[in-house]
Design a protein around this ligand. Structure first.
Ligand SMILES: [Zn+2]
Length: 311
């Protein structure tokens, strides 16, 4: 049995890596990482220059995967952040009653449906999805490009967690005593819907749009980096989602807006340019010379009327 499982799980690990995910071994029939932890580090081999945890060691290299999975029926961990993923983890109720705020919800799926309803958005279910042995679901999404999303626990609501940077999920095909992780929707992994991004950021970063932001919300230091990136993400998503008839207009306004922040010293010109180039190249799969010119014109005009987010 173990031998059959071992061959099967090796194939699953290779297949998962072929799909672009970084994998690492979990002990058989568990979700516990099988690579040594920092407390048991010998400081040898891969750890010769400091301990390497599962996130750093997760791989897509078929040779390494064959070596890891050769003799053991190991489960497969997917390093979410390393793989560019943010995975929504919709748990079952586990026989518990929801708190009053979520009264009537049966599980995390119901709660996410309500969160989407309140936001006036469709249920974000059109993506790669795995059912867990305990009856929950993992919805896989591409993480947003400009802001780092870490793991969340119940931030979206009761029984809704998520796994991003610093987190992992058990891959489809893995075995637990209760059953298997089943791929129930083999769809392409969708980008995380833009409306979910601010809801997944830590609460202090739920800021009003910059034009209505109260004085002083943007402060120097490490925190401002996260806020700045969230702001760039918002601009990026707005520009990228613009329908074809309005693109020139929206792009010049976005460039002008970011140009003012460059002029005020809150933003590096290259960061502004990178954000707008990334957004506009989503329209036709590449940047046109006209878009590049529009961006430069907007940035230059904005920089002449510099403003700071802090004032
Ligand atoms: Zn180590």
């Amino acid at each position: 049995m173990a031998e059959v499982d071992s061959r099967f799980l090796l194939r699953v690990a290779l297949h998962t890596a072929e799909q672009g995910m970084f994998v690492f071994p979990l002990w058989p029939r568990t979700k516990v990482p099988a690579l040594h932890g920092a407390d048991q580090c010998s400081g040898l081999g891969v750890c010769a220059h400091g301990h390497q945890g599962w996130e750093a060691r997760a791989t897509r290299d078929p040779e390494l995967i064959r070596r890891w999975w050769r003799n053991w029926p190991l489960n497969i961990g997917v390093a979410a952040g390393r793989s560019g993923l943010h995975v929504l983890d919709l748990d079952s109720a586990h026989d518990a009653m929801p708190p009053r705020e979520w009264a009537g919800a049966r599980d995390g799926w119901d709660v996410l449906a309500r969160v989407a309803g309140r936001a006036g958005q469709p249920f974000p279910g059109d993506t790669y999805a795995v059912r867990t042995p305990s009856g929950g679901f993992h919805l896989y999404f591409g993480a947003p490009p400009l802001v780092e999303l870490r793991n969340t626990v119940a931030r979206l609501g009761w029984r809704v967690d998520s796994r991003g940077s610093g987190g992992y999920v058990v891959a489809a095909g893995s075995l637990r005593p209760q059953g298997r992780y089943d791929l129930v929707a083999d769809r392409p992994i969708a980008a995380l819907p833009a409306w979910l991004v601010p809801l997944l950021l830590p609460p202090p970063f739920l800021e009003p749009p910059v034009d209505q932001a109260p004085t002083g919300w943007y402060q120097a230091g490490a925190v401002s980096e996260v806020r700045k990136n969230a702001y760039l993400q918002t601009i990026h998503d707005k520009v990228a989602a613009t329908p074809s008839g309005e693109r020139h207009h929206v792009l010049i306004r976005a460039a002008y807006t970011l140009g003012r922040l460059v002029g005020g010293g809150d933003l590096d010109a290259q960061e502004a340019r990178d954000c707008l180039h990334a957004a506009a190249s989503r329209w036709r799969g590449r940047l046109s010379r006209k878009d590049i010119r529009t961006i430069e014109d907007g940035l230059r005009a904005g920089a002449e009327r510099g403003r700071s987010l802090a004032s």
